[in-house]
Write a protein that binds this ligand. Structure first.
Ligand code: ATP
Ligand code: MG
Length: 356
């Protein structure tokens, strides 16, 4: 098959980790007989320098015409003093909005080779950890009415959380579909003991669950979920939650794996289209030094093959190659430990390509 991928290398280590990922995709294409047409486009700081805008019209249009978007990372100190809506990060928000991406998928996957990096006790993590956080991305308190007004105790500021049945339904459905391909458990996280929007959330998720009798559904209050993630993370398979709770819990879940350079993410909308990127930023402190870990971006490409192209075997081939390289003891600086072999960005990429 033929696939069109819009590639946004971005800033800092973005272009370095993307370069290795494109080599991996090329190898997968050769091995399985696919053609991945990758079109590189400007977004972020590099786009500001070249065009004045963090998200040029041409980039957004090309992304819309593609099957998927693969992004490195955007931003850096050079652009930090620009006003909020002119910054590289604003380009990313515009991209998510412009592409109608309503779900953010963040796997918190602790590779058993990297158990040392996990801040939790070995008896808590066991063999490994594998949690998928599904966060609603376009609704809730981050998009509700906000403002300032006079109040009895001086000026007040307010934000409001609104969720509609349709918004909850589509994210719940996605979470159940994902759970079907995993360990068949969904934990829906809310604050239904306090918030009206959470009560609607819980009601709708419960209703959607009837279409998925093979999946176990559990409801949990967000404060308890935050605690359970460090107390007993093995109880979780798929966590589905609101925009704000998901923002917080996905950071917590990914950090219990201790490896920022290892974790991919996906943002999905209706249909198969998606945007795939590592969770880490542009890491200006190590940019241009061949030190960045490319595995988070390489694993993001594996998610792209799985969720957009439905190429499960190809996705697994990448993940297996990554596991093999780690098992053989190769490490970039961020995941280095005594007795292992230190390699740079391009060597790590080459090793993965070779093992596919
Ligand atoms: P952002 O605001 O874009 O998230 P940030 O400064 O908060 O950026 P990162 O850019 O992710 O966060 O960097 C945080 C730290 O993690 C830095 O010290 C960086 O060098 C390190 N880091 C991030 N990504 C990687 C990677 N792929 N490989 C190695 N180290 C990384
Ligand atoms: Mg950050």
């Amino acid at each position: 098959m033929n696939y069109k991928i819009a590639v946004l290398p971005g800033d800092g280590i973005g272009p370095e980790v993307i370069e290795q990922t494109l080599l991996v995709l090329e190898k997968v294409g050769q091995k399985f007989g696919h053609s991945f047409q990758c079109q590189k486009l400007l977004a972020g700081g590099c786009a500001i320098d070249a065009t004045g805008s963090p998200l040029p019209e041409e980039t957004l249009e090309a992304c819309k015409k593609s099957d998927a978007v693969l992004l490195g990372a955007v931003g850096g100190p050079k652009w930090d003093n620009l006003p909020g809506d002119k910054r590289p990060e604003a380009g990313l928000l515009g991209l998510r909005g412009g592409l109608g991406l309503f779900a953010n998928l963040r796997p918190a996957l602790l590779n058993k080779e990297l158990r040392d990096a996990c801040p939790l006790r070995p008896d808590i993590i066991g063999e490994s950890l594998d949690i998928m956080v599904v966060r609603e991305l376009t609704g809730g308190i981050y998009f509700g009415a906000r403002g300032k007004r006079d109040g009895k105790m001086g000026q007040e500021a307010y934000d409001t959380e609104t969720y509609s049945v349709g918004e909850v339904e589509r994210i719940a459905r996605l979470a159940f579909e994902i759970a079907r391909q995993r360990s068949k458990k969904v934990t829906s996280v809310d604050k239904a003991n306090v918030l009206e929007s959470s009560r609607l959330w819980r009601e709708v998720v419960t209703r959607v669950a009837r279409d998925y009798p093979d999946i176990t559904l559990e409801h949990m209050y967000v404060d308890n979920a935050a605690m359970q993630l460090v107390r007993n993370p093995k109880q979780f398979d798929v966590i589905v939650t609101t925009n704000m709770f998901g923002d917080i819990l996905s950071d917590e879940a990914s950090m219990i794996t201790g490896s920022i350079g290892m974790l991919p993410s996906a943002s999905l909308g209706e249909g198969a289209f998606g945007l795939y990127e590592p969770i880490h930023g542009s890491a200006p402190d190590i940019a241009g030094q061949d030190k960045a870990n490319p595995l988070a971006t390489i694993l993001s490409a594996a998610m792209m093959l799985r969720y957009t192209m439905k190429l499960e075997e190809e996705a697994r081939a990448i993940e297996a190659a990554v596991n093999q390289v780690l098992e053989e003891g190769y490490r970039t600086g961020d995941i280095m430990s005594p007795g292992k072999k230190l390699v740079g960005t391009s060597e790590m990429g080459r090793l993965v390509v070779e093992r596919i």
